[in-house]
Design a protein around this ligand. Structure first.
Ligand SMILES: [Ca+2]
Ligand SMILES: [Ca+2]
Length: 273
């Protein structure tokens, strides 16, 4: 009978809908289970500026005029692009909304994107230095580990009052300070992941001094030059022409050798005579 079949289909599809709903809820929970961290007051310790220079995108968030306990900046901010096996520096400037007590600071990146900051190398600094100076910059240099998952993931910054080291990314109800969460983007190593895009034209190659790069505007949003050691040498390159679909680069400050031109999705080799 048709109505029996329809009823059976409805029951079966309800089971599937329920199954998918449970899956969605489970997936949502897996990716939103970061531990809660915030102080019990905001007076004597604040995080004023977080600066992290990526390969081509810089996070520079200044919240000096805001007194907050926890801020979620995981959306709507610049997402610094951090390359596997490369070195970066995070600068955390401390401030206050009250007295000038001693303060410590630290930061964490969830490199394996599993919802916590407790895995190997995920703590970026020692968190031990204490300063009572407003405007003091806690500066930590770190290397993105080889096993970091490529893609966006979370970074946490904590500035807190007091003598104890800031080594607990889940510290909660602590005495004065601020916790801030951000998003960073992990990218593969430019030397180990050469990829090519037929829509990119680079000529002449080899070149004496200048190269012309043509392509679509989305692809040429990002143009960086790396040497064979993987060091970003773009600051030594002059952009003679810098249009959306065409760039002319002057490489005369670079010594002879092979270079990698990395655009948004592709890496191409260029030889300088
Ligand atoms: Ca802040
Ligand atoms: Ca983790």
């Amino acid at each position: 009978m048709d109505w029996k079949n329809s009823l059976y289909t409805l029951k079966t599809s309800n089971k599937y809908i329920l199954f998918f709903l449970v899956q969605i809820l489970f997936t949502y929970n897996v990716h939103s289970q970061y531990c809660i961290s915030s102080p019990n007051n905001i007076l004597n310790s604040q995080c004023d500026i977080v600066q992290l220079v990526g390969n081509s995108i810089t996070l520079n968030k200044n919240t000096a005029s805001i007194c907050a306990s926890y801020s979620n900046f995981t959306t709507g901010e610049n997402i610094p692009d951090l390359e596997v096996n490369s070195l970066y520096t995070i600068n955390i400037t401390q401030g206050t909304c009250g007295d000038t007590d001693n303060r410590t600071a630290n930061a964490w990146i969830d490199y394996n994107n599993n919802g916590d900051f407790g895995d190997a190398n995920e703590m970026l600094g020692a968190g031990t230095f204490i300063s009572n100076t407003n405007g003091y910059v806690h500066s930590y240099t770190f290397t993105v580990p080889a096993g970091a998952l490529v893609g966006n993931t979370r970074m946490r910054v904590i500035v807190k009052k007091g003598g104890a080291s800031t080594t607990d990314s889940c510290i909660n109800n602590y005495s004065s300070g601020e916790t801030e969460d951000y998003t960073v983007g992990i990218i593969g190593n430019v030397l180990s992941t050469p990829t090519f895009n037929n829509h990119i034209g680079i000529y002449p190659n080899p070149t004496e001094n200048q190269i012309s790069i043509s392509g679509d505007s989305g692809e040429l949003e990002i143009v960086n030059i790396y040497n064979v050691l993987g060091e970003n040498v773009t600051s030594n390159v002059l952009f003679v022409e810098n249009n959306e679909q065409k760039k002319i680069l002057d490489l005369s400050k670079l010594s002879s050798g092979m270079y990698l031109v990395r655009t948004k999705t592709a890496t191409n080799k260029v030889y300088k005579k």
